[in-house]
Design a protein around this ligand. Structure first.
Ligand code: AMP
Length: 362
């Protein structure tokens, strides 16, 4: 039986494992936390992500290794990859971990991006403001996620404080984009180079954290363009696995924000909403199996459950809703679960989502 090792045992690892068990796969995880979500699927080796001993044990116990988050130290992957197959490739991680090289990669592939500049001082930021204009989104180059490690700088007087607050150097200044919508293009590429695309997903964020996804997103022409960007990225990186490319929709077209070299929260709807989930396709891709059908079963909506699970979960446990509880302890801002709905029409889906989020109608 094929054994898959996963670095990280959070909810993404849990959902990879649940999809993989149906495919007859076994799983071993590496994660230092107490009772991580994926422990319900397979044994967890309790080591830090960069532990030489932990990674060596994971490699010994498994046939192939993948990971569920992009902040795995690249050096740790480099250390084990001569003797073990690790997908997605370390090069993808390297780009995804540094916003500056990520944006430069997009540019080299003719994927449009917001104007950006490297910033290592308040003077650099002033120069960037002169070149790009204000407002600017100032971000740390590394280790930012869910809007953490970033500031919107609206006035020149705010420059020094913003640079200081983010550590003074290794920052990136980006043009603040007045986007209409945010979308993600999710696709998979297997070892043989076969590529499969999911329908474009529209994402709504709340305080920098994904709150609602809808698929398919409106706009067939946008989808064609996004697929082209995604395919060139996958090919350039000789990528293997699922990758999510996050894009802003502006009046001038699409601008790439960032990519995640892994299964992605905005693809959770694929469990019920697509014929093959992103989790199954990630495993198919790394095991070099033909990729599964990514077509939709209807109009899908996904609602993240953040901070605390709803006091009355009955409705989300009742079809047509599907509730996924990751089994995590509540904490403000923590992703504890999600719920998916698949409807016959976009209107039915949006109505059901609005009832849950209590948003007013259009
Ligand atoms: P990120 O960590 O880069 O994914 O950013 C988190 C969120 O901040 C994004 O989903 C956007 O809503 C917003 N954001 C990031 N960069 C920009 C930008 N250049 N212009 C406007 N909003 C942005």
């Amino acid at each position: 039986m094929t054994k898959v090792g996963i670095i990280g045992a959070g909810q993404l690892g849990q959902m990879l494992g649940l999809a993989g068990r149906r495919m007859g796969l076994e799983f071993v995880f590496l994660d230092p936390s107490e009772d991580p979500p994926a422990a319900i699927v397979g044994p967890v080796l309790k080591y830090p992500f960069d532990s030489e001993e932990g990674l060596a044990r994971l490699a010994e116990m498994t046939d192939i290794i993948t990971y569920e988050f992009e902040n795995v130290p690249v050096a740790a992957i480099d250390r084990i990859s001569p003797s073990t197959t690790v997908y997605p490739p370390a090069e993808a991680l390297r780009y995804a971990q540094d916003r500056l090289s990520e944006k430069s990669l997009f540019e080299s592939l003719d994927i449009p991006v917001p104007a950006f500049r490297a910033v290592d001082s308040a003077d650099d930021l002033m120069r960037a403001a002169n070149a790009i204009g204000l407002p600017i989104v100032l971000k740390t180059r590394r280790l930012g996620y869910d809007g953490k490690g970033q500031f919107v700088v609206r006035r020149e007087e705010e420059a020094s404080a913003a640079v200081a607050a983010l550590g003074g150097k290794d920052l990136i200044a980006e043009q603040w984009v007045p986007f209409e919508r945010e979308v993600s293009a999710i696709g998979a590429r297997n070892v043989s180079g076969e590529i499969a695309h999911y329908p474009l997903t529209e994402n709504q964020h709340d305080n920098g954290i994904l709150s609602v996804s809808r698929a398919p997103a409106d706009g067939a022409h946008l989808e064609t363009i996004a697929r082209g960007y995604l395919a060139s990225l996958l090919t350039r990186l000789d990528y293997v696995g699922v990758l999510a490319l996050e894009l802003f929709v502006t009046s001038d077209g699409l601008l790439a924000n960032e990519f995640a070299p892994r299964v992605h929260n905005s693809g959770h709807w694929t469990i019920e909403g697509a014929r093959t989930s992103q989790f199954e396709n990630h495993l198919r891709a790394i095991l070099d199996r033909p990729l599964g059908d990514t077509s939709m079963r209807g109009h899908a909506g996904m609602l993240n459950l953040i901070g605390e699970m709803p006091a009355d979960r009955k409705e989300l446990e009742t079809p047509p809703w599907h509730l996924h509880d990751y089994g995590k302890a509540p904490r403000p801002g923590r992703k504890l679960g999600h719920a998916t709905i698949v409807s016959a029409t976009a209107d039915d889906r949006d109505l059901a989502l609005r009832r849950q989020t209590r948003e007013p109608g259009p």
